[in-house]
Design a protein around this ligand. Structure first.
Ligand code: SAH
Length: 235
């Protein structure tokens, strides 16, 4: 996806990018590819692919929720900033927290934030379960892309989501994984409101975005220890 195609596709999502935002994305892309040549951050090595599979794909988040009405966003397992950093560029007033257990990715994001001159970006190096100890139900919107299966992910993300907020899971083509975790979501205080199904342009790969409303507080027993979450996922 070249720049013109990117601008057009993003405007079809309802976002008109400013010159400044386009410039910030270009700096992001160049810095990502340069950093990736010595430190492994992403398997993607071509500019057009960064614009399609990282930038555009991150912005499809908008299909689920317009972030104008929220103050805080948490991105769990953000990697090199997807979708959290891209959303921060598009919504500069949003307070964004980027969390990952891999410190080289967090270091990259710290440097990038300075390069882009962004404020109101927080970082956490560590596991989502540990972060939850002090940050329970603190975020208006919690998101994650390509982190783990839906049941495990729900147990990591819903305890951190404010009541009346949303957990937005950006998933691949397997819709069954989402519908099968409906009961787990309910146990965690969430309600599966909607699944948005579409294909990524250019390469026609399937995507599903699960939109989960945080209806009630999450019972204190969740999240369990990571080994337990993975060994016996909630059903
Ligand atoms: N969201 C990014 C990265 C996906 S790779 C993208 O879509 O490109 C998954 C990332 O999740 C990795 O960087 C890994 O370090 C992180 N991760 C996996 N489980 C985690 C956990 N429990 N807590 C924090 N980070 C986690």
């Amino acid at each position: 996806m070249n720049k013109e195609e990117f601008i057009k596709s993003v405007s079809d999502l309802g976002i008109n990018l400013t010159e400044k935002q386009l410039e910030q994305l270009e700096i992001y892309c160049n810095f990502l590819l340069e950093y990736n040549s010595h430190t492994n951050l992403t398997a993607i090595k071509e500019k057009d692919q960064v614009y399609l599979k990282h930038f555009y794909d991150s912005l499809t988040f908008i299909k689920a929720t317009n972030l104008d009405n929220y103050e805080t966003l948490l991105d769990i397992g953000t990697g090199a900033g997807f979708p959290g950093m891209v959303l921060k560029i598009i919504y500069p007033n949003l307070e964004v927290t980027l969390l990952d257990s891999n410190n080289k990715k967090i270091n990259f994001l710290r440097e990038l934030t300075m390069k882009l001159g962004l404020t109101k970006v927080n970082f956490f190096h560590g596991r989502a379960e540990d972060f939850c100890i002090k940050n329970r139900e603190k975020f208006d919107v919690v998101t994650a892309r390509a982190v783990s299966n839906m049941s495990v992910l729900s147990e990591l993300c819903l305890p951190l989501t404010n009541v009346n907020g949303y957990f937005i899971a950006m998933k691949g083509s397997n819709i069954d994984e989402i519908t099968e975790s409906k009961n787990a979501i309910t146990k965690l205080g969430g309600k599966l409101e909607n699944i948005i199904n579409f294909t990524l342009p250019k390469e026609d790969s399937g995507r599903n975005i699960a939109k989960i409303f945080k209806e009630k507080r999450t019972p204190q027993e969740y999240p369990r220890r990571y080994e337990k979450i993975v060994k016996s996922p909630l059903k």
